[in-house]
Design a protein around this ligand. Sequence first.
Ligand SMILES: Nc1ncnc2c1ncn2[C@@H]1O[C@H](COP(=O)(O)OP(=O)(O)OP(=O)(O)O)[C@@H](O)[C@H]1O
Length: 566
Amino acid sequence: MAAPFTTSDILGALPQAVVAVDADGRVTNANPAGLALFGPQAASPGAALPLTRPELWQPLARCLAANATIQAHLDIGDATVSLTAFPVRRDGRIVGAAALCRPCAREDAPAMEGRLRSILDSVSDGIWICDGHGGILDINAASERLNSLTAAEYIGKNVACIVAERMVDRSATLDVLETKRQSSLIQHITKTGKQLLVTATPVLDDLGEVALVVVNERDVTELQNLRQGLQNARKVEERYRSELAELSLFELSQKDIVAQSPQMQRTLRTLLKLAQMDASRVLLLGESGTGKGLLAKFLHQVSPRSQKPFIQINCPAVPENLFEAELFGYEKGAFTGAREGGKAGLIELAMGGTLFLDEVGDIPLSVQAKLLKYLDDHEIRRLGGADARVVECRVVAATNCDLEGLVERRQFRKDLYYRLNTFVVRIAPLRERREDIFGLAEFYLAQQNARHGKAKRLSARAMRQLESYDFPGNVRELVSIIQKAFVMSDDDDLTEAISEALAGEGLLNAPAPSPRPLAQSTEQASIRRLREAMALCRTTREMAAHLGVSQATVVRKLKRYGLTRA
Ligand SMILES: Nc1ncnc2c1ncn2[C@@H]1O[C@H](COP(=O)(O)OP(=O)(O)OP(=O)(O)O)[C@@H](O)[C@H]1O
């Protein structure tokens, strides 16, 4: 075996040029290829930089200064040299640098440049390349079109000129030179009227300085126009929507809902909004007879669910032991007396539509937990059934009682209360919106006239009397007064009949000093009035109209006082 080769044998055989310098830049080693490239002085160790080819020493000097590997391409005569200068370290400390040079074929460079040029000019985005001082090095063909300029006019100038010439209002390249970070902005090109999304990206050298800035321009004019169009369309839609809402409001006021007072118009507007956003739970609060039932239907009719069922349940009218079966349904044989084929509950019947829980405060505590669960997961299980099913419907609850008080007295579950009152709509009592009295009186009189083929009318005096009355039973009481006056009067002028009907209301409300609804009267007075009404009326519905309360209230009170109809 031949003796092992020395490092110098190997370096001598290397076709690449190798030269090493110490930390002061004095030559320590050079192989023959290195001598050929760097000049004969490189042969003498200790020779100082720069030698015959200063451009070759620059990367070495930068390598020593930065303590980092430096890559460079240099044109030397007919040759192009690829040079890698790397630090030489001892014990982790830089003690010098070595350069390894590989000659590249001269024809590579133009070929590569040609390829790069065609790539640059074939992309549809505009591209600018600037040096670390903002000097413009290149502009591609797409950018010439987008900015309506010729590259030759700008190459060699500083990018600041495009702002100075007011070609653009801001330059992303200048931002990058300042921050050394990528910068994006929308540029409006004055000449072409185009909107460009400009992204400037820095290319940093080994010292962390900006060596190049590559700018990409994308034409977003079309996109911006589309966005603007979309925004305009949204605005128009919004306008139509509110016009539609106004129209619905108008139409409904023309039909069966009177809303002349600002309070009532506000209430209807809120309900229209809730209907449009398809709010899944709404709580209507208001005294008895203010129109909660009517407005629950209105909410349903103006919502996207209008073609689906509206199912109403008068909670106090349902016996406690049947409540769960009524709401959730039952399977065959679930309890004694259950129907053969079982029965769907009201929630199932309301699927996709609205379930209206009237007088929600009267839901038995035992059912409240199940209702709460349903509101949480929309799952129902029929009584006696094994499978749960998902059934979606909007739940509108209404009450004239103090739900918070019921919660405090633990008669109503707090969690259910909070679940139901996501959107609360308060309906003002009629005495607080007297502007509605005239419209309501006219509306219900017209209804009676149409029904009976008459032309009865309300004089100004009758109207004044109505407008100064307090209506403790709210709209329901007003309707009942108009109906009574209509039946009682023999001639077309209802003035006297209205006076009598109002006086009758006063008597009915005695002995309370001022007229008060059944809901607010004392227990004894309530029982007495219920008995009177039972004697006069055939059904609980008639009793409700007579007393100025809801049918559900009549049923509940009859039950509470143990009163039964003969
Ligand atoms: N704004 C209104 N326009 C026309 N009619 C109305 C209006 N408000 C209420 N009414 C009429 O008044 C009567 C009572 O209304 P409704 O039954 O909806 O009241 P409520 O608040 O649900 O009563 P309760 O709490 O006693 O159940 C109904 O005949 C209803 O049509």
